[in-house]
Design a protein around this ligand. Structure first.
Ligand code: AMP
Length: 309
C-alpha cells in the first residue's frame, strides 16, 4: 500500500546530558519516513530543503527507498534549523532556536504521481498546510496527523478545521490537555474524538502511549531502556512505525491498530538510543520484530498461579 509523508526536514543541533551534536539530520518528516520505511516502500515524501542540505542526507533518504519527487530543493535558500537542549530527566527540553528559513514559505505541492495515496501521515506543520495537502489528493483510506502547542495556541480555528479531516491524531499528553482544557487524558481524548479523529493516540514519553477510540482503550508501555541518549524525534518515529505497520498490513481492525501502537513504541524506543537518526539508520526488520515480541513479555503474567494461592 502507498504512504505519503509530509512534514519538516531539518538540520538540528541537540544537547542532552549525554552529549552534544551539531548540524545533524532532523525534521519530523525525516523521522516519520525513515521509521515507516522499515514496513513499506517506497515512501512518498513532500517537504522543502535549501541548497545547504547535504548530499549525504539525500543519499541516505534514497537508500531507505524514500521517493523524493515531492521534495522541493530551494538552491539559493537555507534549510530549516532547530536547536534543543534536554534537561537531566530527558522529559523536558528547551528550544534553543528555530530558524524556519525556506520552511517559512513552504507550499506543499503534491506531485501528480502521489495524488492517489492510500495512507497519509501529516507531520507537525501549520494546520492550514496540512489541509492544503489533503485538498490536493483523492480521499485516502486513513489520515494520521500530529500537532503541537504552537498551533493549538496560534492557529486554533484552523487546527479545529483540519482535525475534522484526520482519522487518527497522535499527540503529547500536554497537548491533549491544552487542546481540550480537560486534565483527565481519557476524557480529553474522548473530547478530541468529537472534534473529528476517530482514534487518538496520546504519547506519554517514558510512560508509553495510550490509544483511545469510542469503543477501546489500549495502553502500551514505553520500552525500558538502560541507555537513552537523545529523545529527539521519538514521537515522529512512533508515528512512522504506527502508520508504517498499518500501511504494510492494510488492516484497520482494532486488534491491528493495537499492534501498530506497539510497532510505533518499538521504533520510538530505537530512536532514542542514539543521537539524531543514527539508530534508525542501522536498524534491521529482525531487530524490530524482536523488540515487538519483548513488548508482549513486558506485561505478561500468570493469572492462574495467583488464583490458586
Ligand atoms: P519531536 O522530538 O518529535 O518533537 O521532533 C523533533 C524534530 O522536529 C526535530 O528534528 C526538528 O527538526 C523538528 N522540529 C522542531 N520544531 C519544529 C517546528 N516548529 N516545525 C517543524 N518541525 C520542527
Amino acid at each position: 500500500m502507498s504512504l505519503l509523508v509530509v512534514g519538516s526536514l531539518g538540520i538540528d543541533t541537540i544537547e542532552t546530558p549525554f552529549g552534544r551534536v551539531e548540524d545533524v539530520l532532523g525534521g519530523s518528516a525525516t523521522y516519520i519516513a525513515t521509521a515507516a520505511s522499515y514496513f513499506v516502500t517506497p515512501i512518498r515524501l513532500v517537504g522543502v530543503v535549501g541548497g545547504d542540505f547535504k548530499k549525504e542526507y539525500i543519499d541516505f533518504l534514497e537508500s531507505r527507498d524514500i521517493d523524493l519527487e515531492g521534495l522541493q530543493i530551494m538552491e539559493g535558500g537555507k534549510t530549516f534549523r532547530w536547536g534543543g537542549r534536554y534537561h537531566y530527566d530527558l522529559n523536558t527540553r528547551d528550544t534553543l532556536f528555530t530558524e524556519l528559513n525556506c520552511f517559512e514559505h513552504f507550499n506543499p505541492i503534491i506531485p501528480e504521481s502521489y495524488r492517489k495515496t492510500t495512507y497519509v501521515c501529516l507531520g507537525n506543520i501549520d494546520p492550514d498546510l496540512q489541509r492544503r495537502v489533503l485538498e490536493q489528493i483523492a480521499k485516502p483510506r486513513l489520515v494520521i496527523g500530529d500537532t503541537m502547542n504552537f498551533w493549538i495556541k496560534g492557529k486554533n480555528k484552523e487546527l479545529l478545521a483540519t482535525l475534522k479531516l484526520m482519522d487518527v491524531l497522535v499527540v503529547n499528553e500536554s497537548e491533549v490537555r491544552e487542546l481540550t482544557g480537560e486534565p483527565n487524558l481519557i476524557k480529553a481524548a474522548k473530547l478530541i474524538i468529537r472534534m473529528g479523529p476517530k482514534t487518538v493516540v496520546v504519547k506519554k514519553g517514558e510512560h508509553g502511549a495510550l490509544m483511545v477510540t469510542e469503543r477501546t482503550i489500549f495502553s502500551a508501555p514505553a520500552y525500558p531502556l538502560e541507555n537513552i541518549n537523545d529523545p529527539t524525534g521519538a514521537g515522529d518515529a512512533f508515528a512512522g512505525g504506527f502508520i508504517g505497520w498499518i500501511a504494510r498490513t492494510d488492516d484497520l481492525s482494532d486488534d491491528n491498530i493495537k499492534r501498530a501502537v506497539i510497532y510505533g513504541s518499538a521504533l520510538a524506543s530505537f530512536c532514542v538510543e542514539r543521537f539524531s537518526l543514527d539508530r534508525l539508520k542501522e536498524l534491521t526488520y529482525l531487530e524490530i520484530q524482536d523488540r515487538f515480541r519483548s513488548f508482549r513479555e513486558l506485561s505478561k503474567f500468570d493469572e492462574e498461579a495467583a488464583a490458586v494461592r
